[in-house]
Ligand binder design. Structure first.
Ligand SMILES: C[S@@+](CC[C@H](N)C(=O)[O-])C[C@H]1O[C@@H](n2cnc3c(N)ncnc32)[C@H](O)[C@@H]1O
Length: 252
């Protein structure tokens, strides 16, 4: 079972949420994909509920666009950071496998691989039940999650350099696939220019597109579309992509 402390102890970026934001500040593709899907399927939507919202970076964009937003996040330190960075945003500590709020929403989100932290079938089942429990009729659910194992070469060491305003480091990663648990484990070594050394160990569950569809259907959602690249949403059905957006409608 994933616990908040496990995640924090296993990721340098979770111990430093401002670094997380700094590294991902240019990554606006998820929120742009959500806005495009909302325009197509729920142009009347007003309310957004995001599960595993992290630092609140995507929700902050949606709140600025006029949506009423609530974020749910497992790690209390991430929630503290999100509230501090975005004082107008409602962000609560909660577990997507079990939380029950007294609200439902037009748009439900689980972006940035947050769903993949549910490692077992039971975790996944509970997470989808939570999505259904917070869905308005015809709610739009948007997920972004891994849908295929990594290529074999991901098990080799890959070295890269990170240089932002405050982070200067050499980063070495390798990703190991476990067929039995259907999970990847990413080992990421940070050697900061100040001499500090940190190792991340991040485990993620892979659901194939077919398995995702099964979870959706059981929870009362109808699959609308899946695509890997928001920029080529209408032209490119890249079945080989390792991660994908999934859009579904709540019809129960
Ligand atoms: C890779 S981050 C993505 C955060 C954000 N969605 C983004 O794209 O920046 C994954 C987040 O999911 C959160 N998370 C993992 N399991 C969770 C659970 N069961 N309930 C709520 N949040 C969870 C983690 O604490 C982490 O902040």
């Amino acid at each position: 079972m994933t616990r908040p402390g496990d995640l924090r102890s296993r990721s340098l970026l979770y111990r430093n949420p401002s670094w997380y934001d700094e590294l991902l500040s240019g990554a606006t593709a998820p929120v742009e994909a959500v806005q495009a899907l909302v325009a197509d399927y729920r142009p009347d939507a007003r309310t957004v509920l995001e599960f595993g919202c992290g630092t609140g970076r995507d929700l902050a964009h949606l709140a600025a666009a006029g949506f009423e937003c609530i974020g749910i996040e497992l790690q209390p330190e991430m929630v503290d950071y999100a509230r501090h960075q975005h004082p107008g945003l409602t962000v609560e500590v909660g577990d997507m496998r079990s939380i029950r709020l007294s609200v439902t929403a037009d748009i439900l989100l689980c972006l940035g691989n947050s769903l993949a932290y549910n490692h077992t079938d039971r975790d996944m089942h509970e997470a989808f039940a939570t999505f259904a429990a917070h869905a308005q009729p015809n709610a739009l659910l948007v997920l972004f999650t891994p849908v295929a194992p990594p290529p074999p070469e991901a098990a080799n060491l890959a070295v890269s350099r990170v240089d932002t305003d405050t982070i200067h480091a050499e980063v070495t990663t390798r990703v190991v696939w476990d067929d039995q648990t259907q999970t990847t484990t990413m080992y990421r070594d940070w050697v900061l220019d100040n001499g500090e050394h940190h190792t991340d160990v991040i485990q993620r569950r892979i659901l194939t597109r077919e398995q995702l569809t099964t979870h959706l259907t059981r929870a009362g959602f109808e699959l609308l579309e899946q695509f890997a690249d928001p920029g080529q949403r209408h032209t490119n059905d890249d079945r080989r992509a390792r991660s994908a957006f999934t859009a579904a409608r709540y019809c129960a």
